[in-house]
Design a protein around this ligand. Structure first.
Ligand code: CA
Length: 758
């Protein structure tokens, strides 16, 4: 009775108080925390425009459906959280919007947590119109998540996330307590922008669950997001739970794929994957039970094996949760795959993964590979899949599936840009005609620019002439803006310091009509000419670099990286460069990449190297065998090397991790003479590739040198050796560390001449 009376009285009291939603404008952290203590349902805290440094923001409370507790910015995009900042949300019906995280990183394990503490998880809460830009921990191998979703019924939408460079998933949905399972979260209309190659496991953009909780339902909806150049690792999305829906997302130029890694009963529909022919772009990988993959569109994808446009995997009989559950009851229908490298069935089949798919259906799919190339691959018995009404319009089909109808079809592009069969009778084939990719303007925020894809070199448009002389070049580099070009006059440019580079700079010799004009020559008086730091990228062209003034110091290197970890992926390009006289000590290298750095690309073209005691490119600092490495793409093309003590290329990627595509090394059209013979060359090779995933060594002439050495570790490395001439040089040393069988190589027309120097 008393309780009932109270209920009546309380209700009357509530009705008696006029609903006045408070609006608190706060100018600093103490005002914020004061306001946050007192907020009630319907109240709004407004953060004043400006920089909020080292702000570990927390909000919790009980909002109501129509009266959330709101935290927002005075103006969208003008409240900047910098330094050691983060956001934690507890309670329910909380709405946060309009913030920008940049110029710093979270001191915690997450930038945005949908939980305040392990006990206070967020429910019915929303984060929208928030930017996280390059808010990465400085050490690329120190892990965090940018967003951790916990609790239930939360929404993360219209946010903009770019430039995560450290290890750890960009957005993780956690199922680690019952309160976070069957969560009904919505992740929609977000812009997942460029995430550079991490160079190890842990570069996923989105992960839902973990193997430990994969038998639970997550019931998360991932809808209408754009994944633009999300290249972190082999998995763009790793779904590790059940009951998720992936619908209407656009994957643009993104390496890797959407993987149904663990958990059953997921739906993947109406997604668009556009690879534009970029390396390693993939589609959908199917594992586990009762997965539905329908009405998706894939074009221009170049991934193979695990990263095929469609990869239906083999499973492990009675698989433990952390391995590969058999594909059973998969429905894969009405998908379009065109201009793509591979579709695979029974992918991953081996002694352990011996269970082929069962009780599955593959029908109404329109499939087009690359002309006259392997397209549909079969690795096991596919009688457990019912194939019906599919059509292959180009590419080669494995004999085991020769019954699939083959033959070209006329396609036309709809207004959406997607291609469909012209003839009405093929209307049931492939993705539906009303499918169109979500527009990039419709995701993320309108007030923060989405990054373009331009090279950083020359981006400023400014070209500065530098006269020959002492000290002028160093001063010009220091004064230059990112993307500037420095054009060196002919004559000697003396550099008396190691130049620290934290921007993209092009240094090139002036081009004159007179071919006999003397070149621009750089001489440096310190152990290094350039030290690359955060955001440092260097392009050198049409000049001579001479090391004869450098002092004798341990670890001399013309270009080196700082001893601190570098977040950004470095670019180093040499074109038409002569490097000579690096011999003041026993191991003077040209380019040395240090620990915790990853060069996205090192490119050497049309260049000459002579009288150098060390290596040309040393990318072998990650020796712990964690699957980390120092260079993603390494090109050495049409160049000459004479009297080089170390290897011209020394790349090391150890360990058994299979989460990366690289390194990718291409060495073609070069001449090597007297390379690798220094006593300090521990590799004993002229070219040393350990754990490289793709190696093309083509059209090189190698004379009087140490051998080519290639060691395969995990995965399915692709090595091509063709048209090479080895004279007075030992035969190549080729070794498989794990794979049992002959060395896997595509070799043709290599000549080993008599008179090997053993
Ligand atoms: Ca992974």
């Amino acid at each position: 009775m008393l309780a009932r009376l109270c209920l009546v009285v309380c209700t009357v009291w509530l009705l008696a108080v006029p609903a006045h939603a408070e609006r608190f404008l706060v100018r600093d952290q103490s005002e914020y925390f004061q306001a946050a203590k007192n907020v009630e349902a319907g109240d709004t805290i407004v953060l004043a425009n400006g920089e909020w440094r080292d702000f570990e923001m927390v909000i919790t409370g009980e909002g109501r459906k129509k009266k959330p507790i709101t935290v927002t910015s005075q103006e969208a995009g003008k409240v900047i959280l910098t330094g050691q900042s983060s956001l934690r949300i507890g309670g329910s019906h909380i709405l946060v919007s309009g913030l920008v995280f940049k110029d710093g990183y979270s001191p915690r394990g997450e930038v945005i947590s949908f939980r305040r503490t392990k006990q206070d998880l967020a429910h019915h809460s929303r984060v929208t119109q928030v930017v996280i830009d390059s808010f990465s921990k400085p050490d690329r191998y120190e892990s965090d998540y940018w967003v951790g979703l916990y609790g239930k019924n939360n929404r993360f939408d219209h946010n903009h996330m770019v430039g995560k460079t450290n290890k750890g998933v960009t957005l993780a949905v956690r199922l680690d307590s019952e309160e976070s399972q069957q969560n009904g979260h919505r992740i929609d209309h977000n812009y997942f922008g460029p995430r550079p190659v991490l160079g190890s496991n842990g570069g996923e953009t989105l992960r839902i669950g973990t193997s430990k909780y994969s038998m639970h339902l997550s019931n998360t909806l991932v809808e209408n997001n754009v994944f633009d150049r999300t290249d972190g690792e082999v998995e763009i999305i790793s779904s590790k739970s059940g009951g998720n829906i992936f619908r209407g997302n656009l994957f643009l130029r993104s390496r890797g794929n959407l993987t149904l890694r663990h958990g059953d009963d997921n739906l993947v529909e109406r997604n668009v994957f556009l690879g534009f022919g970029k390396d390693y772009t993939g589609g959908i990988r199917v594992i586990n039970r009762n997965q539905t993959v329908r009405e998706n569109y894939m074009e221009g994808l170049r991934g193979s094996a695990f990263s095929s446009a469609l990869a239906v995997m083999n499973g492990v009989p009675n698989s433990p949760v952390n391995r590969y559950v058999e594909v059973e009851g998969a429905r894969i229908e009405n998908n379009t795959v065109i201009d793509s490298a591979r579709v695979g069935f029974g992918v991953g089949a081996d002694e352990e993964r011996s269970a082929a798919p069962s009780k599955s259906v593959f029908r109404n799919n329109l499939l087009g590979g690359l002309e006259a190339e392997t397209f549909i691959e079969v690795f096991d018995d596919m009688s457990g899949i019912t194939f019906a009404n599919n059509r292959v319009i180009s590419g080669e089909v494995d004999n085991a599936l020769a019954s699939i109808k083959q033959g070209a079809l006329e396609l036309e592009r709809a207004e959406s840009g997607l291609a469909f069969p012209v003839a009405a009778k093929f209307a049931s084939l492939g993705a539906p005609r009303d499918l169109k990719p979500i527009a990039i303007e419709d995701v993320g925020v309108s007030w923060y620019a989405k990054p373009d894809d331009r090279s950083p070199f020359g981006a400023s448009g400014t070209v500065t002439q530098v006269d020959a002389g002492e000290g002028l070049l160093a001063a010009a580099i220091i004064a230059a803006a990112p993307g500037d070009v420095l054009e060196l006059a002919t004559g000697n440019h003396i550099v008396d310091r190691t130049v620290s580079l934290d921007k993209a700079i092009t240094i090139r010799g002036v081009q004159t009509a007179d071919e006999d004009a003397p070149p621009a020559v750089i001489l440096f008086e310190r152990p290094s000419l350039i030290e690359l730091k955060e955001k440092g990228n260097v392009q050198l062209a049409n000049l001579v670099i001479d090391g004869s003034l450098a002092p004798d110091s341990v670890g001399n290197s013309m270009i080196r990286t700082t001893s601190y970890p570098i977040q950004s992926n470095i670019l180093i390009e040499l074109d038409g460069v002569t490097v000579r006289n690096l011999e003041v000590n026993k191991s003077f290298s040209v380019i040395t990449l240090g620990k915790s750095t990853l060069a996205h690309r090192v490119s050497i073209r049309n260049s000459r190297f002579a009288n150098i005691t060390g290596s040309i490119v040393s990318a072998s600092a990650e020796t712990e065998d964690f699957g980390q490495y120092n260079v993603e793409y390494l090109d050495v093309i049409d160049s000459k090397f004479a009297k080089i003590g170390g290897p011209i290329v020394d790349v090391y990627r150890g360990g058994r991790d299979e989460s990366t595509f690289g390194p990718y090394v291409k060495i073609s059209g070069n001449k090597l003479a007297d390379v690798g013979k220094a006593a300090t060359n521990r590799s004993g090779a002229a070219i040393n590739l350990h754990g490289v995933q793709t190696a093309e060594v083509v059209g090189n002439k190698v004379a009087s040198s140490m051998p080519l050495r290639i060691v395969h570790t995990v995965g399915t490395p692709k090595t091509t050796l063709a048209d090479n001439l080895f004279s007075q040089t030992p035969v190549p040393v080729l070794e498989e560390l794990i794979f049992e069988g002959a060395f896997r190589v595509t070799a043709s027309n290599n000549i080993i001449e008599e008179g090997e120097a053993q």
